[in-house]
Structures are given as structure tokens and as C-alpha cells.
Design a protein around this ligand. Structure first.
Ligand code: PEP
Ligand code: MN
Length: 298
């Protein structure tokens, strides 16, 4: 028989000591964090626009869209190669081929690229091609993935879980920060509510709340936040007015034929007019739309 003083279970590993103040807290860096992406500053005075298709579909599609968003003043090209889809029978992305097509678009336009990494097993491949790693809404609390992106030094765009509270969102960012990656951006992309007329409810409350709680840059995605292309320009203006540091917008050269999220994707002319209407709103709140520097690739 075991002596009563002997523990029945092996001792649980001691969790790492939490810092006195969470690393995301504004108090640690009252002036705010600036994430630098190939010489482009995110979180400073200039507002940064990331735009492109939901998914990379073909060489022609990504190149046409990349040149169109660049001509309209976008700073970063988005495009999913690994796509999380509701049904496994939907188009799930071109995977590695999609990454090589993004690399070609980056080479031609010199726009830095952001693309989603869905699984820790793909991290090395995705990180080799992109300038910003996107963590999707469905993976906001994939703690293994958060730990892994925390160990690399690439900038990360962390999207809010569709049912995540602001506290949960901030502590998901803490996973990445606590592993040593300080280049984290928070992306509000809409939350699930009882309202069925929009895909999600874009929680613009989150923007000033996140800016107050945290020093990290805040990006708003009005495309997933509404699900309707016609609503995107209005919500993009609202996001800038409420203090967002940047926008993530879906743009497709031919939205009616898009393989994913066509109904929320702007066509190039609508994207251009959205961009034109942002500048006066930015000015009204003491900001400006960033002037894209020529990226310096290392
Ligand atoms: C996306 O950006 O295309 C995407 C899948 O977004 P979310 O993870 O916010 O649904
Ligand atoms: Mn999408």
C-alpha cells in the first residue's frame, strides 16, 4: 500500500510563470506597436489596405486581381492557398501551387502578400512564400498553431474567432506573443449573432476596445464581416472612422465566377471607388491612407 504522503499522480508540469502584465496590454507600450512588413509600417499614422481574392484560383485570376488592386492603391495582396471551407466538397484552395502563384504576383507587383496557414504542418511551406501569416477565424484557438507561429518571426494577422469574446481574442494573441513573436496584428472579421441578413455582424465596438486594451495594430475585414459586396465600402469607411489601422478586403477580377466568397468580393472599379472615399475619412480622424513604399525584400 502507498504511504498517504505519496502523491497518487505524477506531479503536473508547472505552467510557465505568467508575466505581471499580459504582453498584449497597452500599458506595456502606450505608443502602440508598429509591425513592419517589407518596409511598410502597420499601426502607425498611415492606414494600410490588404486586398485580393478570397482564394487564389489560377495564374490569370491572381495576376489580374493583383495588378488591379495595386493600381487602386492597395498596399498588400491577399489570397488564400489553403482554404477552410464549410463543406469538404467545396474548393479548398490550390495549396502549394497557390503559394507559387502568389509569389509570381508578388514578383510582378512587388506587393507583400498575406495568406492563411491552416495547419502547423504547412507552416514552413507557407512561411517560405508569404510576408504575413494569416490565422483564420476557425483557428483562433488552435493553440498548437498559435505556439508554432509564435516561434517564427513572421508578422501574423490573427483573425477573431466567429464566436470569440474580445478577452479570448486577446489571449489567443498572447499565445503568439509569449513564444517570442511580437509582430501580431488583430483582425476583427465579424461575429455570429442572431441577425441572418448579413453573414456576420461586424463588431466595430471591438476596434476602440482592442485599441484601448492592447498596443497591437487592429485590422478590420468588412468582407467577411458583412458577406455583401455592396456593404463593404460603407463598413470600410466606418472602420477607418472608428480607429482601425488597416483593412482586409476581398477583391476579385470577376466576382460572379469566384470559387469562393464571390458575393462579398468587390470588383476592381468598386474597389477603386472604395479607396478614393477612404482618404477624406482618414483625414477627418487625423490619419492618412498610407503611401506604399517600394518594398525592400531581404
Ligand atoms: C478569409 O480571409 O478568406 C477567411 C477564410 O476568413 P475568416 O477566417 O475570417 O473566415
Ligand atoms: Mn473569404
Amino acid at each position: 500500500m502507498k504511504a498517504l504522503s505519496e502523491p497518487l499522480q505524477p506531479k503536473a508540469p508547472t505552467p510557465t510563470e505568467p508575466p505581471p502584465v499580459a504582453l498584449f496590454e497597452r500599458a506595456l507600450r502606450p505608443e502602440g506597436t508598429i509591425v513592419s512588413v517589407q518596409g511598410l509600417e502597420i499601426g502607425g499614422h498611415g492606414i494600410v489596405v490588404m486586398a485580393g481574392p478570397c482564394a487564389v484560383e489560377s495564374e490569370e485570376q491572381i495576376l489580374t486581381t493583383a495588378h488591379a488592386v495595386q493600381a487602386a492603391g492597395a498596399h498588400i495582396l491577399r489570397g488564400g492557398a489553403f482554404k477552410p471551407r464549410t463543406s469538404p466538397y467545396n474548393f479548398r484552395g490550390l495549396k502549394e501551387e497557390g503559394l507559387t502563384l502568389l509569389a509570381e504576383a508578388r514578383k510582378q507587383t512587388r506587393l507583400p502578400v498575406v495568406s492563411e496557414v491552416m495547419d502547423a504542418r504547412h507552416l514552413e511551406a507557407v512561411a517560405a512564400y508569404v510576408d504575413i501569416l494569416q490565422i483564420g477565424s476557425r483557428n483562433m484557438q488552435n493553440f498548437t498553431l498559435l505556439d508554432e507561429v509564435g516561434l517564427c518571426r513572421k508578422p501574423v494577422l490573427l483573425k477573431r474567432g466567429m464566436s470569440a469574446t474580445i478577452e479570448e481574442f486577446l489571449y489567443a494573441a498572447e499565445y503568439i506573443l509569449s513564444k517570442g513573436n511580437a509582430n501580431v496584428m488583430l483582425c476583427e472579421r465579424g461575429i455570429r449573432t442572431f441577425e441572418p441578413s448579413t453573414r456576420n455582424t461586424l463588431d466595430l465596438n471591438a476596434v476602440p476596445m482592442l485599441k484601448r486594451r492592447s498596443h497591437l495594430p487592429v485590422i478590420v475585414d468588412p468582407s467577411h464581416g458583412t458577406g455583401h459586396a455592396w456593404m463593404v465600402p460603407a463598413l470600410a469607411r466606418a472602420a477607418v472612422a472608428v480607429g482601425a489601422d488597416g483593412l482586409l478586403v476581398e477583391v476579385h477580377a470577376d466576382p460572379s465566377h469566384a470559387l469562393s466568397d464571390g458575393s462579398q468580393s468587390l470588383d476592381p472599379p468598386s474597389f477603386r471607388s472604395m479607396m478614393d472615399a477612404l482618404e477624406p475619412v482618414a483625414r477627418a480622424v487625423g490619419r492618412t491612407i498610407s503611401v506604399a513604399p517600394v518594398p525592400v525584400y531581404g
